[in-house]
Write a protein that binds this ligand. Structure first.
Ligand code: UT7
Length: 332
């Protein structure tokens, strides 16, 4: 029996100041507030200015999480980032953020799991800590999707926003104990949500840029169906691994992609709407940042109370999916 456990010790998030409302978007593409609100639940999103890169947002989110946890730079043994919008293809964004935070020469890397990035990161941190390899790790879910959004495509541009969320994961409680997990992927469906050009399959060319192949392409309807199934299965399997059922859940924090997807997921999980955290109206879909932003809000506005069992569930490009049970200590 593994006696070592991993705990969420502190959280932080950052969303850039400029706000793009549905009314603003209606001036750019053929859309309107009524369509966006009723089909997605989104009212506004934060959009980073051109001179703000992903690492700038991540630095701020991580700094706030370290403050929250009471961690000093020398406490941190690794920093990992889930993102599809790094500052550069290389060097990795995590190393740039760690350098700015003054964390020293610790291991840092980016990984790419679409909107499931933060859950994949928590699972890696849990494994590092439970194995005895490390004691304190920072996990960041972060994306500047506005940098790869086609603002001429109304099917996608109304959905996305920018932001970062971070969590300090440590080996000693109290805090949010990282419990049962489930994660998976299906590359055969990767084409449903992709940025077709810019990698080694379709390098960037003038033609690719003219055809906007360097931006997000998505088969929205098909993604929606897979999303509900993936988040339901992830949540239920993670709960099962922890010896729990839906009846034990105090709060669901799912990826914020579309309020209709969140409603359907809550329904199939038999959860009351009051036990579901929703902030998509204010942020839009921030990809791997959506769960850590929501969790940070829920912890600091009193939604998550001592003793709560919270289930996190996400899906995204890959396709990828994942769920994890977080059990908050009775002591706050
Ligand atoms: O983070 C993970 C990845 N992303 C997601 O999870 C997104 C999953 N998908 C979705 O959220 C939804 O599929 C969308 C919000 C993208 C679209 O909603 P939908 O109910 O699937 O609408 P639709 O694509 O079937 O489009 C319905 C109609 C179409 O018009 P016609 O063909 O019926 O005349 C679209 O052209 O709505 C039209 N439409 C719009 N109208 C006004 C599409 N986008 C817009 C728009 N404003 N922005």
């Amino acid at each position: 029996m593994n006696e070592r456990h991993a705990y969420i010790k502190g959280t932080g998030h950052f969303a850039p100041e400029p706000i793009l409302t549905n009314e603003d978007l209606a001036k750019i593409v053929d859309t309107n507030d009524e369509w966006i609100t009723s089909r997605t639940g989104i009212k506004q999103r934060h959009i980073a200015p051109d001179d703000m890169a992903n690492s700038d947002m991540s630095f701020e989110a991580a700094r706030r999480a370290m403050d929250d946890a009471g961690w000093k730079p020398e406490d941190v043994q690794a920093l990992i980032i889930g993102t599809v919008t790094p500052d550069f293809i290389f060097p990795n964004t995590a190393a740039l953020v760690a350098d700015r935070l003054g964390l020293g020469k610790i291991p840092c890397y980016d990984f790419e799991a679409g909107c499931t990035g933060f859950i994949y990161g928590l699972i890696q941190a849990k494994a590092f800590i439970e194995s005895g390899m490390m004691e304190r790790i920072i996990v960041i879910g972060t994306d500047k999707l506005s940098a790869i959004t086609n603002y001429e495509d109304r099917n996608t541009c109304v959905l996305f926003g920018d932001g970062s969320g971070a969590a300090c994961i440590g080996s000693e409680g109290p805090g949010g104990l990282l419990g049962g997990i489930h994660w998976g992927s299906d590359g055969s469906l990767g084409h449903l949500l992709d940025q077709p050009a810019g990698g080694t399959r379709n390098p960037i060319t003038h033609e690719a840029i003219d055809q906007k192949k360097n931006t997000i392409h998505m088969a929205g309807g098909e993604i929606m169906k897979s999303a509900v199934r993936a988040m339901r299965d992830s949540a239920l399997k993670a709960l099962d691994e922890e010896g729990l059922t839906y009846k034990d859940v105090n709060l669901l924090i799912s990826h914020q992609a579309n309020v209709r997807i969140i409603e359907s997921t809550a329904r199939v999980l038999r959860l009351d709407w009051k036990d579901v955290y929703v902030n998509i109206d204010r942020y839009g879909n921030t990809s791997s940042a959506s769960i850590p932003i929501a969790m940070d809000e829920a912890l600091h506005n009193g939604t998550i109370k001592p003793g709560f069992t919270v289930v996190l569930a996400a899906f995204g490009a890959g396709l990828t999916w994942g769920g994890i049970v977080v059990r908050w200590s009775d002591e706050s």
